[in-house]
Design a binder for this molecule. Structure first.
Ligand SMILES: NC(=O)c1ccc[n+]([C@@H]2O[C@H](COP(=O)([O-])OP(=O)(O)OC[C@H]3O[C@@H](n4cnc5c(N)ncnc54)[C@H](O)[C@@H]3O)[C@@H](O)[C@H]2O)c1
Ligand SMILES: [Zn+2]
Length: 362
């Protein structure tokens, strides 16, 4: 097992990464001083696959456990569901010391995190992420939220967990699509700050796709360490943390225009290619860097051709995004593989050019 200790200045917590960790959850919570009641928030798929293991681990350590199970999917990340969970928590007589376990992918992590952050002004939150995306990204950094209206993550908070338990053996049941989606963020970490890690991904992509535990453990560990390191320096997203948005400016716009039929990871893969091409046009990213980026994204099972959307719509969606001001877009560019650059000076017309050229070529 590997341990990453995160210190944001205001909060300190550990991220545990390894195989067969879920069975140790009860013991780990006891070590943190918890006792009595615990609340698990999960979805039906995860509960069916692994619910029993988690519940026995908790009861084995003397905890009384209450489980709330939601349907799987982004549509569940709503204020209405948060409201239902608040009601359940009141009925369960949860008190301020009752830990809430967010047991699932990023949807459950964000929703359960939001509920934990707000119920009685804050219950302890334990993240038990079960997708590659949740283990490498959403469970770390303390952003919790629900969607509102058409807007994703509109209502939320910064709320750090007390512990993150990432059991990579749970990843074996992920579909290849979900593995690819998570890989987009993993590749992103390599591009924005660690060229050696990017190279590791290039060399080991087949083993990753073969769900080899040791390789998965390594990529979850490296990704979590990179994200935790960035977040520790900028907990509230005022500066450096921006680089985590590499690929997300165009990526979010593609997600929106597709009406969320294109998954986040797939959209971020395309967004990273857009950012790579922009960086290249601005003289920062060599043709070789661009070719490597395109190759690994394709090998990860993510698309590399722009879907047949009107470019105008992508640009419009980008302008609705909070990262756009006065015709200039805040873009995270890459100076090479392993180095991100924050730029406020990318013009929308250059973005338009990149997107149009890309379409013509494909
Ligand atoms: N808070 C943050 O910093 C942050 C960062 C990135 C993404 N997010 C959020 O994360 C969400 C996406 O997360 P996600 O991709 O994990 O989606 P998800 O939570 O919807 O999970 C995807 C699917 O995988 C299933 N699943 C989960 N674990 C499984 C397992 N071990 N085996 C088989 N199936 C499993 C789930 O039931 C679900 O159907 C979005 O809502 C996004 O906004 C948050
Ligand atoms: Zn993302």
């Amino acid at each position: 097992m590997k341990i990453i200790s995160v210190d944001t200045g205001n909060n300190q917590y550990d991220i545990l990464i390894g195989s067969e960790l879920l069975v140790k959850t009860g013991v780990k919570l006891k070590e943190l001083g918890f006792s009595g009641k615990t609340v698990i928030i999960t979805d039906m798929t995860v509960n069916e696959l692994y619910g029993q293991v988690l519940e026995s681990s908790l009861s084995g350590a003397g905890f009384e456990t209450v489980v709330f199970t939601l349907e799987p999917g982004e549509k569940q990340k709503t204020l209405a569901n948060a409201g239902r969970l608040f009601t359940h928590l009141s009925e369960t007589l949860a008190d301020r010391k009752t830990p809430v376990l967010a047991f699932g992918g990023g949807v459950i992590g964000d929703l359960a995190g939001f509920v934990a952050a707000n119920f009685m002004r804050g219950l302890p939150l334990i993240q038990v992420p079960t997708t590659l995306l949740a283990q490498t990204d959403s469970s770390i950094g303390g952003k919790v939220a629900v969607d509102h209206g058409k807007l994703k993550n509109m209502v939320g908070a910064f709320y750090q967990p007390g512990l993150v338990i990432s059991d990579v053996s749970l990843l074996k049941t992920l579909s290849p699509e979900l593995l690819s989606d998570g890989l987009a963020e993993v590749i992103k970490y390599g591009v924005i700050c660690n060229g050696n890690f990017f190279e590791y991904l290039e060399k080991n992509i087949a083993r990753i796709k073969g769900f080899e535990k040791a390789v998965l453990e390594y990529i979850v560990y490296k990704s979590a360490a990179i994200k935790a390191g960035i977040v520790a320096q900028d907990e509230k997203d005022n500066g450096l943390r921006n680089i985590l948005n590499f690929g997300h400016t165009v990526g979010h716009a593609i997600e929106t225009v597709s009406n969320f039929t294109i998954g986040h990871g797939r959209a971020v893969g395309l967004g990273m290619l857009a950012a790579g091409q922009l960086s290249h046009k601005l003289g920062m990213f060599s043709p070789n860097d661009l070719a490597r980026l395109k190759k690994i994204i394709g090998q990860a099972g993510l698309p590399v051709t722009l879907p047949d959307f009107k470019i105008e719509l992508i640009l419009q969606a980008m302008q609705h995004d909070k990262k756009v001001t006065g015709g200039k877009v805040r873009f995270i560019l890459a100076a090479g593989i392993g180095e991100a650059v924050i730029s406020d000076g990318v013009s929308l017309s250059l973005v338009e050019q990149v997107l149009s050229d890309w379409n013509e070529k494909t």
